[in-house]
Design a binder for this molecule. Structure first.
Ligand code: ADP
Ligand code: MG
Length: 699
């Protein structure tokens, strides 16, 4: 057995009781877990401060001197113990609010002490509350003149007496027991090239650094290692997938595709669209299984790329489906794809949760006998009842809502899985995509279709409402249409609903019949009524659409030129960006007006300002990532991938990109990792696979 998998209960200074608490609080079970319990930070006790030099910048300070006086002072509330502490430059007060008896008994006047603590300022004088005090003689004897690690801890740990000192000693005992000779996991040439320190040095120095430089080097080495193996694993997964999973061989480059391209394409494709289509066509023409992510900002034109992919499947005699996360979005996809497929006389159907039983029956039959070639829908598509005659391509509009499990459910429907194209409308920062979608191939649409005018975004206070209404009526007079969106937040449903209805009424008053016609759309309405209202707006019969966020996704009305977002401070960034993407889809100058109240939090301010400043989904996503962190951004589904021990996807972007680059290079050069120079990597992977404790989050 690997000694590192020994339970920590057998470690000197731990025992069964403490082991239990450590397991509960910090999930530390084995020697290895303790070894990889990395300090949060360090305290440099090699430095002594002088009292006269103390300033507001100092947070924790260490002083050397004598206590010259100690007394208890009574106050209105309680008592405090004040000790006057003196070094050769000045005096400072040390203050205790508790434990007075013990401190005054223990403390010896006019003897040399080393004091450590957090500096506070009281009436512009420095004080230290509850300092650590150590006799200088013991300080020297205990060899405390060091850089001290501060380990992660919890209130329970402290309450149960498992102090920093106990953890530090346990780590020391661990090293005494197992030595400091850890197998190198990275190849020599990579270590040299990237100027990394060895694994053994890194692990030792992160716990017992002698200099600050050693801390920096250890952290860098361990972060790189973590990111490198993560990326290596993801890239290998992709590689193995291509090697092992057969895909339909779509070599027929086809009649449908060419006819559509020559006769019905409504616009010329952008270069990025062309490139994406080419990549997809290549994938499907290899006999390997496609697993590709199509990433593009709102309005970048992913739909047409999806349609071309569908045509490739159909040209080869197969069916295609598109799965969307919401009913509205499924309908929208159905509508836009119908426009294209009707021109080609292709049979296309829509299946959602609200499809009637008799419709379902017709669709089921058409799907089984192959008379329906294209099926659009929601989760309803992956119900067991739906059996395709020959599904060749599944497009998933993901928006973070479908999990990997659901994706693979599509597979089980066929012996050979359909090619998979995942589309995301929410741009994800590059490094995050590299991790969460790191096992997929990526097509990126960066440019927007030509002629698009940058959407102008403004921040307006509620007091400017009349001004906003005037602007809206000007746009309507020019023939444009307007969205006005209200938040609908689960927790404050009733209030939000009232806001929406109040808003609707005041809009109706300002924009009266017969000159103006207004649609309203919200979740409480019946599906039929919703469709009716939506259709009136799509046809241009109404000029204003008052809605909750149901219009967030997909809705495509090129004539709409203004979106007003009410209580914009309540929306998240990606949601705001999605909403803004409802306008600017035609050739008209478009506007996004963010209405907000005076009282907005600092974070909301940052969000709103980011919206005003940038139209670029990737830049917005970066701000969002910084505000919310990777776990929240991606939802919980994939967060396992984001639970790293030491690296941070946000802060260590450069290292991550580098790690992926080298992992990729190595795999291209030596796919089986059989070369001698890569032996360390191979060994490390086999150990990891056996132990699984660091890597079990990669399926
Ligand atoms: P999204 O990527 O958000 O799904 P869509 O596919 O809905 O974007 O496209 C947004 C709008 O841009 C649609 O009205 C579409 O017809 C139009 N469009 C897409 N590609 C082009 C292009 N190459 N040239 C001009 N207009 C385009
Ligand atoms: Mg779309």
């Amino acid at each position: 057995m690997n000694p590192l998998s020994t339970s920590i209960e057998y470690l000197k200074g731990i025992g069964p009781h403490r082991a239990e608490i450590l397991k509960k609080e910090l999930k530390i079970r084995t020697y290895q877990d303790l070894l990889f319990l990395f300090p949060n930070r360090y305290i440099d006790k090699t430095v002594f401060h002088k009292i006269t030099d103390l300033n507001q910048e100092n947070s924790e300070v260490q002083l050397k001197g004598k206590i010259i006086d100690i007394k208890i002072i009574s106050q209105k509330i309680g008592k405090r113990l004040i000790a006057k502490f003196q070094d050769d430059t000045g005096e400072i007060d040390l203050i205790w609010f508790r434990g007075h008896k013990w401190i005054s008994k223990k403390t010896i006047i006019n003897t040399k002490y080393v004091i450590f603590g957090r500096l506070n300022w009281f009436l512009s004088k420095p004080v230290i509350n509850h300092p650590e005090i150590t006799l200088e003689s013991s300080f020297i004897k205990e060899n405390q003149l060091n850089i001290h690690p501060v380990y992660p801890s919890t209130e329970k740990l402290i309450a149960k007496g498992i102090s920093q000192k106990i953890i530090k000693n346990a780590v020391k005992n661990l090293f005494d027991k197992i030595g400091n000779n850890f197998s190198e996991t990275l190849p020599e040439y990579l270590i040299n090239k990237l100027n990394l320190i060895s694994k053994s040095d890194a692990i030792c120095q992160i716990h017992f650094p002698k200099k600050n430089k050693q801390i920096i080097d250890s952290i860098k080495r361990l972060k790189f290692e973590e990111l490198f193996f993560l990326q290596l694993q993801l890239l290998r997964k992709n590689m193995n997938h291509k090697l092992k999973v057969k895909g339909f061989f779509f070599n027929n480059v086809g009649k449908l595709l060419n006819t559509f391209y020559k006769k019905h394409l409504p616009f010329s494709l952008t270069n990025d669209q062309k490139k994406a289509i080419k990549e997809i066509r290549n994938d499907m023409g290899t006999g390997k299984h496609m697993n590709r992510l199509l990433q593009g900002d709102v309005g970048s034109g992913k739909t047409i790329v999806a349609f071309f992919s569908i045509l490739i499947a159909l040209d080869n005699g197969y069916q295609a489906c598109l799965m969307a996360p919401t009913e509205i979005l499924a309908k929208q996809h159905y509508q836009s794809l119908s426009v294209f497929s009707n021109k080609m006389n292709l049979s296309i159907s829509l299946l959602t949760g609200s499809s009637k039983n008799n419709e379902r029956k017709i669709i089921n039959d058409g799907i089984i006998n192959g008379s329906i070639s294209i099926l659009i829908g929601t989760h309803a598509l992956i119900e067991d009842k739906i059996i395709f005659k020959n599904l060749g391509l599944a497009i998933i509009d993901e928006q973070h809502r479908f999990g990997v499990a659901q994706r693979s459910k599509l597979w089980k429907k066929n012996l050979i899985p359909p090619h998979i194209l995942i589309m995301t409308a929410t741009p994800i920062p590059r490094t995050l995509a590299m991790t969460v979608y790191g096992d997929l191939d990526l097509s990126l649409i960066k440019e927007l279709p030509p002629g698009r005018k940058e959407i102008k975004t403004y921040l307006k206070n509620d007091s400017k409402r009349l001004e906003v209404f005037k602007f809206i009526s000007k746009e309507i007079n020019l023939g444009r249409q307007i969205y006005i969106v209200y938040p609908l937040i689960e927790e404050s449903r009733k209030l939000d609903y009232k806001d929406l209805m109040d808003g609707y009424e005041s809009i109706c008053r300002y924009f009266p019949l017969p000159d103006y016609r207004i649609s309203i759309l919200h979740g409480k309405m019946k599906s039929k009524v919703k469709d009716h209202e939506m259709n009136r707006f799509i046809k241009g019969e109404t000029q204003i659409m008052v809605a909750t966020t149901v219009i967030e996704v997909g809705v495509d009305i090129p004539n709409a030129s203004v979106i007003v977002i009410e209580s914009a401070e309540k929306f998240g960034l990606s949601q705001l960006h999605q909403l803004r993407g409802r306008v600017g889809r035609g050739n008209f100058q478009s506007h996004c007006i963010l209405m907000c109240s005076y009282k907005t939090s600092k974070e909301a301010q940052t969000r709103l300002n980011a919206m005003v400043k940038s139209n670029n989904g990737f830049e917005i996503a970066d701000v969002d990532l910084k505000l919310r962190g990777p776990g929240n951004l991606m939802g919980t589904q994939q967060s396992g991938l984001l639970k790293l021990k030491i690296a941070d996807i946000l802060k260590d972007q450069k290292l991550l990109i580098n790690a992926r680059k080298y992992a990729n290079k190595i795999l291209i050069d030596d796919p089986g990792l059989n070369k001698n120079i890569n032996l360390n990597i191979k060994k490390a992977i086999s150990i990891r696979n056996k132990e699984k404790n660091l890597w079990n989050y990669i399926s």
